[in-house]
Design a protein around this ligand. Structure first.
Ligand SMILES: [Fe+2]
Length: 382
């Protein structure tokens, strides 16, 4: 009998169209008097910052804005934002944006509450003892960072992607308002949607999957499979945006509860080489990770194909499992995504260095996968 140990925490979340209007009440409930809004230029240009500020004005609190968050969350950029939070004597952070903005906000909450800089906490044996309160408002449907205990960043000292994790990293409150995602560009919609689907698939097929985690991953897989193409073809489809917003958060919860997979360990070396988005790299590599993984987990992959909406009648278990890969590839193709490493400029000569990178940064999490496994997956993806 399997009796898995796991932890679960879902931040307090206001979900639904127009839920951003509840922000003033939330600020009051959280005793926010000096708010720093953390965001990026994309959110500002999309007009979402204006919407947010109009809402905050009703709360009567003092507010200021840091709108210079950068993609991939560079450490120096986080320091800049933390400096502003400390100077402004901020007592509540509001992060509105995609994954990089959310991760910046989470890390700034640790730095500002303890008057620290990134160099004080990178590689430190323990996490800072306090964190500023933070409200997270995602404007994409993909990373699921709003519900995760992780915050990713790029350490500019060595160029590596790293992360902080722990209880203090969790958002104190989340607003998931699908109306904020209506203007998301088509390419970002596809890339972030595939990221969410990959979280759910990697959680569902992980060796540590269990019934509770499955309740999140199965729902997320079904919701993304039914709605991603809909929002790709019509970004103004509020019902499909609503479903994608919820699916992205559920997919991250699945990954938090059940664990991740190999595609998320390999994709960083693809991104470093090809300079493509996280979702675009996953679209290329996940089918090959799935093919590699199927022999050890045929039942799960057959069920996965069903969850993704594939027609299964008359198929053997092996055929059904293989159909999960074809179904994922078909979705990516319908979303106009590339499916080979060679299409993004990666050559076979690049593979040894990429494998080395994966092994170097994957650490213990990679076990039991070896260099030859990663090599064969990357070669198959060429
Ligand atoms: Fe991801």
């Amino acid at each position: 009998m399997s009796l898995p140990n796991f932890f679960i925490k879902i931040p307090y979340s206001l979900v639904g169209p127009g839920s951003i209007s509840k922000l003033p009440e939330l600020i009051k409930e959280m005793d926010g008097t000096r708010v720093l809004i953390v965001t990026d230029n994309g959110v500002k240009e999309a007009g979402l910052l204006h919407t947010l500020i109009e809402s905050i004005k009703n709360s009567g609190c003092h507010y200021s804005t840091y709108d210079e968050c950068m993609p991939n969350t560079p450490s120096g950029n986080i320091d800049q934002c933390a400096k502003k939070a400390i100077e402004e004597q901020t007592d509540l952070l509001i992060g509105i944006g995609g994954g990089s903005v959310i991760d910046t906000t989470k890390i700034v909450s640790l730095l500002a509450a303890n008057s620290l800089e990134m160099s004080d906490i990178i590689g430190a044996p323990t996490m800072p003892s306090k964190a500023l309160a933070k409200i997270i408002i995602p404007t994409t449907s993909g990373t699921g960072s709003e519900w995760s205990r992780l915050a990713l960043y790029t350490d500019e000292a060595d160029g590596r992607k790293k992360m902080f994790r722990g209880m203090k990293v969790f958002a104190d409150a989340v607003i998931i308002d699908p109306e904020l995602t209506l203007g998301m560009p088509q390419r970002v919609t596809a890339d972030t949607g595939i990221d969410a689907l990959t979280h759910a698939i990697e959680a569902y097929t992980s060796s540590t999957a269990h019934t509770v985690g499955d309740s999140f991953s199965e729902t997320a897989i079904q919701m993304v499979s039914c709605n991603l193409l809909r929002v790709y073809n019509n970004g103004k489809d509020l019902e499909a945006r609503y479903n994608m917003s919820i699916a992205a958060s559920l997919a991250m919860e699945a990954m938090t509860v059940e664990g991740g997979g190999l595609a998320h360990m390999i994709d960083a070396s693809i991104i470093a080489k090809a300079h493509i988005s996280h979702g675009a790299a996953l679209a290329i590599i996940l089918p090959h990770v799935m093919e590699y993984d199927i022999p050890a987990n045929v039942d799960r992959y057959a069920r996965l194909a069903t969850l993704m909406g594939a027609k299964m009648s008359g198929l053997s278990l092996d055929e059904a499992a293989a159909l999960s890969v074809q179904t994922f590839k078909k979705l990516c193709s319908d979303l106009g995504m590339k499916h080979k490493l060679s299409q993004v400029g990666i050559k076979s000569d690049d593979i040894p260095a990429m494998v080395e990178n994966v092994l170097k940064f994957g650490g213990a999490r990679l076990a039991p996968h070896k260099a030859e496994d990663i090599t064969s997956i990357l070669k198959a993806a060429l």
